[in-house]
Design a protein around this ligand. Sequence first.
Ligand code: SF4
Length: 195
Amino acid sequence: MDSTINSDHILLHSCCGPCAEWPVQALLQEGYSLTLYYGNPNIHPIMEWERRKDTLKAFADLKHLPLHIEPRFEQAYWESEAWRDTYSSRCEMCYDLRMDMAAATAAHMGFSAFTTTLLVSIYQDHEAIIMAGKRAAEKYNVQFIYRDFRDGFRKGQEMAREDGLYRQKFCGCIFSLEESKYKDKIYRSFEGSDG
Ligand code: SF4
């Protein structure tokens, strides 16, 4: 365990660069030290997974924050729908999986606490994220730091625009891509990308 990591140092699960903007500012203002964590096997296809990972890396560099990247990518799992035996909705499964990964990584790296940028989104199921975070915290004996960051959602998106970050037009999984009204444009954007 790194002796510099203590209860004031949080592992911040980050779904993407833009959503990290506001929570990072808010948590730094509270006096926390942060390590960003990219653990998002939900994001499909691989070109999009790479794009969001690279954007978070650019953001971490800009803010001089350490970033831990989990190279897990699970398109086959989402498409197999094996998760339907356990979960009533894909988002419930998605939050559970990512909070479980974040809490496990926090424990493994010696952090006593973690939280997630998902709490900034006005489009996500906020209560389901809290429940997933608490379940994972209990399982790995780390603290889940809850903050309602949603008041800063618009401001965070504005900050991302100012920082020139890539701002995606769909939530992340293959289902959300198929449902997006920007689907054709998004698929065209992958052409020529070697992901
Ligand atoms: S819509 Fe978003 S939160 Fe729900 S399963 Fe897809 S990527 Fe995960």
